[in-house]
Each structure stands twice: as structure tokens, then as C-alpha cells.
Write a protein that binds this ligand. Structure first.
Ligand code: ATR
Length: 279
């Protein structure tokens, strides 16, 4: 029998995490010898508790709030994408070495390309709304598609400016836009992505002027609770195609699962419905 693989998602709090449903679905589906749990670790004890789990044989971890940045110095090595994003959501222990990665960029892009076959990234600009960790992952992913321009707008402009300064390096692809000026770039955009918490259950909605958005643009929200945010409903009412946030969650998990279990698990309708039923 193959070696038993122990994996877990670490957060504080953690009970809301959908990751155990996703990974256990795949462990069962592919009859793998392994487990995936949700473990609550207080940020003050992160490295000591991780040491204990690794000593108990855990070799794969996901991280959610508030650990994604705190875990950076714990890693022995960082994959380039984690370094660029400045956050680790996936850690693999290999030959005793703790390797930090980030699967959010993959999750974002895999979802978009699956939902919209033949998507043309090079035909116009993107507007990324927000400048937090998720926005950094998404901007990094969009840079790899050779999109000609990526506008980033954020309530706190300085964070959009910082993101652009840090990720642009030798390019000027990323252009920060003031929060109250975001409608002014919509006529150039073929893709808009909400990466903020606006529109989440209990949060205010995100409002933009869809009347100014370029015809045929694709509108993506990474919020998945609710699945159909007001932002997406407004986009649909104005005739735009939309992509919901659930896919990014599933595809970021797919890449992590592949790293630990060496199986490429399928993101299908059955899994999507299983996760949505818990939201
Ligand atoms: P994540 O890792 O999910 O990106 P984050 O790093 O906490 O989370 O980022 C949250 C994003 O949502 C930020 O862009 C934040 O804007 P600020 O940088 O100005 O805080 C944005 N956000 C949260 N609440 C918001 C609100 N009420 N209005 C506008 N933007 C909001």
C-alpha cells in the first residue's frame, strides 16, 4: 500500500472553510490513501504547532486567514509565485524541506479559461478591483496572459500604487486608478474582476457603471457567498457574461491536491454542487 498522506487547512477561525469538503471528495473519488482536516491554530503558535504536525507526519497544508503572510518566514523555500504574491496558501513538506507556494493565480486563470473557452486576454484591458492578497495573485496571473494593460483600483489608493510598483518591475502594464475614477476606464476593459469583500454576505455591494463598460466584456467576482452577487446580477442585467467565484476556490484546490497526492483531480459539476450546498 502507498504511503498515507496527511494534509490540512490551517486558519483561525477555520470552521467556515470549504477546503475539507473539496479535498475529501477527491480522496474518496480516487480511492487515495490519505486525509485532509481543518485545524484551528492561533497565529501566536503557528510555527510551533506546524512543527508538531509535521512531526506527526503531515506533509501538505493550506493556509487561510490570518496565516497566508505569517507563514512566509516558516518556509525553507518559496516558489517564485508565492514570493511575487507575498503570501503562501499551500505548503508541501518534501524530504524534510518546507516549500511554500501559492495556487490562487492558477485557480483564477484555470477557472476563467474553463468557464470561457477561447477567452482572448490580449484584446483589451482588465480592471482589477481591490489591492489585497487576492488581487496580487490575480494581477500576477493576468500578467502571464500578456494582457496589454491591467488597471488596479482600490479604496485605499496607496495600496493600488504599491501593488503596481512592486509587480510592474520592468514593465508599465499595471496602472493604478483612484477609487472614484474607476468608471472612467471601463470603456477600455474586456475583463473586470472584483477581488474585494464587497458583495459578500453582510457587506455592502460593489457598484460600477455597467453602461460605460466595453461591449462583450467578461465580469468575474471572486466572492462566492452569495454566488450571484449584486455586482454580477447588475452585469447580467446590462447584458454582460459573468463568471462566479466558486471556480477559483475549486481550481486553487486542484493545484494543491496535485502537489500532495500526485493526481490531477477533476473539478466537475458534482463537486461544485456539493460545495455550493454548504454555502
Ligand atoms: P484578500 O486576501 O482576500 O485580498 P485583503 O488583503 O484583506 O483580503 O484585501 C481586502 C480588499 O477588499 C482590499 O482591497 C480592501 O480595500 P482597502 O485596501 O482599502 O482596505 C477591500 N475592501 C474591503 N472592504 C471594503 C469596502 N467597504 N469598500 C471598498 N473596498 C473594500
Amino acid at each position: 500500500m502507498s504511503e498515507f498522506i496527511k494534509a490540512a487547512v490551517i486558519g483561525h477561525p477555520i470552521s467556515h472553510s470549504k477546503s475539507p469538503i473539496i479535498h475529501n471528495h477527491w480522496i474518496e473519488k480516487y480511492a487515495l490513501n490519505g486525509s485532509y482536516e481543518a485545524i484551528d491554530i492561533h497565529p501566536d503558535n503557528l510555527s510551533a504547532e506546524l512543527d508538531k504536525l509535521i512531526a506527526q507526519g503531515y506533509s501538505g497544508f493550506n493556509f487561510t486567514l490570518p496565516h497566508k503572510e505569517l507563514v512566509l518566514p516558516y518556509c525553507d523555500e518559496l516558489e517564485q509565485i508565492a514570493e511575487v504574491i507575498g503570501a503562501v496558501n499551500c505548503l508541501s513538506v518534501k524530504d524534510g524541506k518546507k516549500i511554500g507556494s501559492n495556487t490562487d493565480s492558477y485557480g483564477f486563470l484555470a477557472n476563467l479559461t474553463h468557464q470561457k473557452q477561447g477567452i482572448d486576454f490580449q484584446g483589451g484591458a482588465a480592471l482589477v478591483i481591490g489591492a489585497g492578497g487576492a488581487a496580487r495573485a490575480i494581477v500576477s496571473a493576468l500578467m502571464s496572459t500578456r494582457m496589454p494593460r491591467i488597471y488596479v483600483t482600490n479604496r485605499t489608493f496607496e495600496k493600488a500604487q504599491k501593488l503596481a510598483d512592486e509587480l510592474n518591475m520592468f514593465t508599465d502594464l499595471i496602472v493604478p486608478v483612484a477609487w472614484d475614477k474607476k468608471d472612467q476606464v471601463l470603456d477600455q476593459c474586456t475583463l473586470i474582476v472584483n477581488t474585494t469583500s464587497l458583495g459578500m454576505d453582510g457587506q455592502p455591494d460593489l457598484e460600477i457603471d455597467f453602461g460605460r463598460l466595453s461591449k462583450g466584456a467578461l465580469v468575474n467576482d471572486i466572492v462566492y457567498a452569495p454566488l450571484q452577487t449584486k455586482f454580477l446580477k447588475d452585469a447580467q442585467a446590462s447584458g454582460f457574461e459573468t463568471v462566479t467565484g466558486i471556480g477559483m476556490l475549486l481550481y486553487q484546490a486542484q493545484q494543491a491536491f496535485r502537489k500532495w497526492f500526485h493526481v490531477n483531480p477533476e473539478v466537475d459539476e458534482e463537486l461544485t454542487q456539493k460545495v455550493l450546498a454548504q454555502i
